[in-house]
Design a binder for this molecule. Sequence first.
Ligand code: ZN
Length: 479
Amino acid sequence: MAEIRFHNTMSGVTEPFVPLVPGEVRAYTCGPTVYDFAHVGNFRTFVFQDVLRRYLKSRGYRVIQVMNVTDVDDRIIQKAAAAGVSIRDYTDKYIQAYLDDRRALNLEPPEHIARATEHIDDMVELIQRLTEKGYTYTSEGSTYFRISKFPSYGKLSKIDVAGMQTGARVDMDRYDKDNARDFALWKAPKPGEHFWETPIGPGRPGWHIECSAMAMKYLGETLDIHSGGVDLTFPHHENEIAQSEGATGKQFARYWLHAEHLLVDHEKMSKSMGNFATLRELFSHGHKPSSVRFLLASVPYRSQLNFSPESLQGAASSVERLRNFILRLHSVKFPEGSSPAMSERVAKAREDFDRGLADDLNTAQALAAIFDLVRDVNIAMDRGEFRQGDAAPVLALMDSFDAIFAVLHDDDAEKLHALGLIEDSSGPSDAEIDALLAERQAARKRRDFTASDRIRDQLAERGIMLEDSPDGAIRWKRK
Ligand SMILES: [Zn+2]
């Protein structure tokens, strides 16, 4: 198998991936800030992180992934206050929605999902460690990180902090590079705001400290992979490094992986621009969970992805092609035997598939390997050259494919049902019916009436009635 290589934002180059402990990968994922429904741009990053963990697992690694949920920050406090509810009640709803959305996209659950408000003590302890080492100062009840004390500040995002006014502070959780300043670790309470009584005084955490505290709590002081959207590089990840390395004196994360933006009509998708679509909006417009997952996974994570109804349509037909292919492999009885040429062809596809993913998760290359194989196998089937013994290796490769891409199982209707978006999820999908009908036509053409009748019976059992018309066309309807 090919050597795994990842592009490391810290070094700026693509490097061989070697975890600290052989056979084990400790990964931290910056999760959602639950002040609203996550938009599909956020899910681009989450799908990338899922492909990453699935690929590492397929290569035999034990993956320990931690994801935080930010359930206290400037925006949440404002929104909860405006709604007149507690932070907890306000965020519970969006955490549940986020977890439901993850299930709809087949995102595997991380080993630990850590809620910020349940780790206040860990954050306070980390701030105390930083204070003991002289990295902090307080002003009007808030505690700040003094970035001039951390000379390598800027090493991830490559910003130059020389000449910056020392002691200038920023209280906001989110700010841009032009506003690189000493940032808040702990914020003094404001009238009417929720606060915690702690040994470092009353208040609430700044946004950045939670990731340092929770990552190190569950994964140790040095982790293998830290990933997130590219917009988190500065200030969030830069500040995580300063906080963690300031406290421990050790390297915080060995590989930094950042997913590019999702574009809509070539503009960055973000809530602030108002062009966001939640998954539920997409689903209620008729797009399937599998199409969304496929589209988000199909473009390599470091390339910008332009999201449009057309690209979703394209993804839907790609998924359909693959599902039909699997149905064909399962439902047709091929001539006995196997062909050495086909076995070589499958081995090559497997190698190309793995090589694509090993190369910094080049999902486009991996998919090309699969679709090339599908095309070649379909041609061999059409020509009657495909043998029954060839089916198992092809299906095994499709299983390996699906262990990572997770789109073959046709459960879109069930998922929409689970989200309350459709009422009935029973019965086969249109695509499945069409594929079975095509198989039945092929069977009739070769006068294999046993196969043709079996397919008709299968469909009948699932509530699909067929009508053969005199002109040879077949119509179907649901009972
Ligand atoms: Zn984070």
